[in-house]
Write a protein that binds this ligand. Structure first.
Ligand code: ZN
Length: 268
């Protein structure tokens, strides 16, 4: 078990010494890890479907392969998030060669995600979609403000990529997005949508759902009146607590439970 997660769980819960706190699974067998990772990625798409993050052919989530980290898994083009199974996923290398799978993949998915996976060795998953609230907020060309403890997760922890030149098709644009992201957890792609990253698939998808929800909250607050912002020091402290690896990973677990209870065909 991850020691730092255990220590965090002790700090953040009462009774964790007596009762089990859910923790990320670990594997000795890399093939079992790969199978689990693919199922987790497929579940991530079901979570996107649950939130209505689908928009036609748009949207992609990727997961670095645990056996060959120079390759990553991505959704096949043209399958609704609600129908994606682990066996549908496609593995591609950084040159665009399809290594595993039986489907073409989205050009933008490759151009953006391959460059982020290359630029950020600490990142194992990247999520991107054109959501209603993310898209609306992206048109403002500004960062999320620290207006709630949830928004503090993104405080000084995301950027705005303010270049929109059409649908991303070139690796050079992926490089620019990766550069804008830097060492942060998310980037608002102006006039486009949101993109989040995580050490795990669980974290990237949970960050995405949270960020879209924070965009909605800020749009509502801005429309209603003048916003009161959380002070810098408190925002940083809140980010350190609510944006910790354990909490970020943990935020995905209730979402996983919902999709697994509804229809666990993503495991296939
Ligand atoms: Zn896009």
């Amino acid at each position: 078990m991850n020691t730092s997660f255990t220590e965090q769980a002790k700090r953040m819960t009462i009774g964790s010494e007596k009762f089990n706190v859910p923790m990320p699974q670990t594997f000795d067998d890399p093939l079992k890890q790969r199978e689990y990772d693919k199922q987790r990625l497929a579940a991530g798409f079901r979570v996107f479907a649950l939130h209505g993050f689908d928009e036609g052919l748009a949207g992609h989530i990727t997961q670095r392969d645990c056996i060959d980290p120079e390759t990553f898994w991505v959704n096949p083009v043209g399958i609704h998030f609600a129908h994606i199974k682990a066996s549908d996923l496609v593995r591609v290398d950084h040159k665009g060669n399809i290594i595993d799978g039986n489907s073409p993949i989205n050009t933008a998915a490759f151009a953006i995600h391959s460059r982020i996976h290359q630029a950020r060795p600490d990142v194992n998953a990247v999520a991107h979609a054109h959501t209603k609230y993310g898209r609306a907020f992206s048109a403002l060309g500004k960062e999320l403000a620290p207006i709630s403890q949830d928004a503090c997760v993104f405080y000084q922890n995301h950027t705005v990529f303010d270049v929109f030149t059409g649908v991303v098709a070139e690796l050079s644009e992926g490089d620019m997005i990766a550069e804008s992201l830097g060492d942060k957890i998310a980037v608002i792609l102006q006039n486009h949508g949101l993109l989040t990253v995580g050490k795990s698939l669980d974290a990237a998808v949970a960050n995405f759902a949270l960020m879209d929800s924070c965009c909605q909250s800020q749009l509502l607050a801005q429309a209603a009146g003048e916003m009161r912002l959380i002070d810098h020091d408190i925002a940083i402290k809140t980010r350190q607590a609510n944006g910790s690896d354990l909490v970020t990973w943990g935020n995905f677990q209730p979402l996983y439970q919902i999709v697994a209870a509804q229809d666990n065909s993503f495991l296939d």
